[in-house]
Design a protein around this ligand. Structure first.
Ligand code: PXG
Length: 434
């Protein structure tokens, strides 16, 4: 602790950056290069706008990190948290206890989810939720006397979190390269990326959707159907670059899971709570999952909360025949987080707000830029410089604004995006890259 440090509100941006670089290890960050550059310090927010420590106003077209669906500054959520913090800031749900907010939220979630879901297991985040998925899926097959059913099929370029299980389920090669991942019993198939894979082969979107779903069946047969426990996927891959699968993809995946009796898991951490235009991404895609992971939008990111919706097929076995399930978190059903979610869940708006802009060298042929040029990062730089937050996944620019964004604000966002794309184009031409 530095005794001469200025109080919180009196520090300059440079002082914040120095203290940040000295002590704070950020997620998914090259620590040394951030320390050289200095972090952007965000100090306040309202509605869909952020302000940094230099007073710049920024339109947050990423909802924080895909989570602030109702926008910043919603007093009802602040009040709900404050009330609960005063009344009962914490009690656990172990040892045969429960708190009213957790019970009420469990009840409400079973109302707003598809009819097969009547039970929830709470976690503190999406990653933890997916850890629960792995434990629960394997436990389910154990109880049914099929312990050899261990293998979970996922997809390359999927994102399911950053814990050992989350990163293993995910299909990010850069994450697998660190720490000996994936853990045993998790295998990956190719993602349904029409633009990159189906289009160059001359397949229509619908044809490609069936082909891509067929990769699941091939993998099941390769592993042995008697060994496959579940398939997990995001309805629309978020962190992977908003890869919207062809309409034929998910219904075919559902048929394949049914054919082999495999559990279907929908990771709704991004797609849940209205992001795709329905309450749940699985409703948009037309599947009937056995388990769903949620987080982010459940509290709009105001406080951490996640969990797993457990469908009747799994719940009946787990509850009816399972005995003790030896799994849970200190913050499972945290009363303050549940109180915030309760204040919010009834009023989430839906409008399908998840998009990606693929930056390519030649639009007609779809020729990409060489990846080492990092054109997406160049564009992201122009966005930051012009008061707009878009996320770059390679050369795909991601847009996922708060669902409360108004029509005029969408126009404002579109104008900012256009300006940043024009600046990027000029910049890329100036560098002689096209
Ligand atoms: N599943 C999905 C589908 C996610 O998008 C998680 C699980 C993990 O949730 P937690 O709460 O443990 O972070 C996520 C998280 C990005 C980005 O850069 C996306 C996420 C997290 C961090 C960065 O797009 N999604």
């Amino acid at each position: 602790m530095n005794a001469v440090m200025a109080p919180r509100h009196e520090r300059t941006t440079a002082e914040w950056q120095a203290a940040d670089a000295a002590h704070f290890l950020h997620p998914f960050t090259d620590f040394q290069s951030l320390a050289k550059k200095g972090a952007r310090i965000i100090t306040r927010a309202d509605n869909i706008y952020l302000w940094d420590s230099d007073g710049h106003k920024i339109l947050d077209a990423m909802s924080g990190l895909w989570c602030v669906n109702v926008g910043y500054g919603q007093q009802a959520l602040v009040d709900a948290a404050t009330r609960q913090l005063k009344e009962l800031p914490f009690y656990n749900a172990f040892f045969q206890t429960a708190t009213p907010p957790a019970i009420e939220l469990a009840e409400l979630l079973s109302e707003v989810t598809p009819p097969q879901f009547k039970h929830v297991f709470f976690s503190g985040s999406g990653s933890e939720g997916n850890d629960t998925i792995v434990r629960m899926v394997r436990r389910y097959w154990d109880i049914l006397g099929q312990p050899e059913r261990q293998v979970i099929v996922s997809r390359k370029n999927a994102y399911h979190g950053s814990t050992m299980a989350g990163a293993s389920l995910g299909g990010m090669s850069g994450m697998h390269a660190q720490g000996g991942l994936p853990i045993p019993g998790i295998v990956h198939i190719e993602q349904p990326h029409w633009f990159e894979v189906g289009r160059p082969q001359g397949l229509s979107r619908d044809e490609f959707g069936r082909v891509a779903a067929g990769w699941l069946e091939q993998k099941i047969l390769e592993v042995g159907p008697e060994k496959v426990a579940a398939f997990i996927g995001e309805p629309v891959q978020g962190a992977g670059g908003v890869i919207v699968p062809p309409e034929t993809y998910w219904p075919e995946v559902q048929r394949i899971c049914d054919r082999y009796g495999i559990l279907l898991v929908s990771d709704e951490v991004i797609c849940g709570f209205g992001r795709t235009g329905n309450w749940w991404g699985c409703e948009t895609m037309g599947t009937r999952p056995d388990l769903m992971t949620f987080a982010k939008g459940v509290t709009s990111g105001y406080v951490p909360l996640g969990g797993v919706m457990v469908g009747d097929r799994v719940a009946d076995v787990l509850i009816g025949q399972g005995g003790e399930f030896t799994h849970g978190y200190t913050y499972s059903g945290h009363p303050v987080a549940c109180a915030v979610a309760l204040a919010l869940v009834g009023e989430a708006q839906t409008c399908g707000l998840m998009g990606a802009l693929q930056l390519v060298k030649d639009k007609a042929s779809g020729t990409p830029f060489p990846s080492e040029l990092e054109v997406g990062m160049v564009c992201r730089g122009h966005c930051f410089g012009n008061g707009l937050i878009m996320r770059a996944v390679g050369d795909r620019m991601i847009i996922a604004p708060p669902l409360v964004i108004a029509r005029a604000q969408i126009d404002e966002m579109a104008a900012l995006i256009r300006r940043c794309l024009d600046l990027t184009l000029a910049d890329v031409r100036g560098r002689g890259w096209m």
